[in-house]
Design a protein around this ligand. Structure first.
Ligand code: HEM
Length: 209
């Protein structure tokens, strides 16, 4: 779970940096060219298949670990250990399922239609051939308040999930060290705020602009 989680953490940074191109004031040219590169480059294509596999694996592992833990604990521990557990650490499966539901909506809307070649093609000066106009689809989606709301809810769930998951991944891998653990905890807290916030700024910004 830790390894698949850490891979997904890395993916989110790359995805966020790429998505920031939606905010350029260039009619979507940078974002569309970037999207085309990401979907056509053979190495990135291969990594994408790994990504889909890891998302499914991480989700299955999460559900199975939680159910196994619940079964093992039974009703033995009537008084929960409040010091070492937080709301998010007790609800990682629920948060994960919310993120999974968000992903189904998100990928069904953007990714699936792109894979099916459902978007109009556009040509840009200085670039060979045509690329799919993903930008217009994203722009139209973020014109609707309820889609923006889905992203806000999804990113709140992502914040709580990462807030516990980031440092927990390092702990599960046994990477505990007096000197480095406080730094990893700090990095995890910073990451869990900055990344979901970055993702949520995009639909909100596009809605109001
Ligand atoms: C502002 C928020 C977001 C926007 C505008 C956005 C946009 C997009 C678009 C346009 C695609 C399809 C084209 C492409 O691969 O570039 C895509 C794919 C994808 N998105 Fe997002 N995304 C956002 C947030 C997220 C979040 C928070 C997650 C994960 C929790 C996520 C996970 C994915 C995945 C797994 C794919 C498929 C990637 C691939 O095929 O390699 N996205 N996103």
């Amino acid at each position: 779970m830790s390894l698949t989680g850490l891979f997904l953490i890395l993916f989110l940074i790359v995805h966020l940096i790429g998505n920031f191109q939606l905010l350029y004031n260039d009619g979507g040219e940078s974002f569309n060219l970037y999207s085309a590169f990401m979907t056509q480059n053979p190495l990135i294509k291969a990594i994408s298949y790994g990504l889909y596999f890891f998302i499914i694996l991480h989700s299955i592992q999460g559900v199975s670990v939680t159910l196994r833990n619940r079964k093992a604990k039974g009703n033995k521990y009537q008084v929960p250990n409040r010091k070492s557990s937080t709301w998010q650490s007790n609800n990682m499966m629920l948060l994960g399922l919310l993120i999974f539901a968000f992903l189904c909506i998100h990928m069904g809307d953007f990714w699936w239609k792109m894979k099916m070649g459902q978007y109009p093609m556009v040509a840009y000066e200085g670039h060979e051939g045509t690329v799919q106009d993903m930008f217009t689809r994203v722009d139209l989606a973020f014109d609707q308040w309820w889609i923006v709301l889905i992203y806000v809810i999804g990113m709140i769930a992502l914040f709580f999930h990462l807030n516990h998951g980031f440092q927990s991944a390092f702990q599960s891998l046994g990477l505990n060290h007096n000197k480095y653990t406080p730094f990893i905890k700090f990095l995890g807290k910073a990451y869990s705020i900055i990344v979901p916030l970055g993702f949520v700024i995009i639909p909100i910004w596009m809605y109001f602009n």
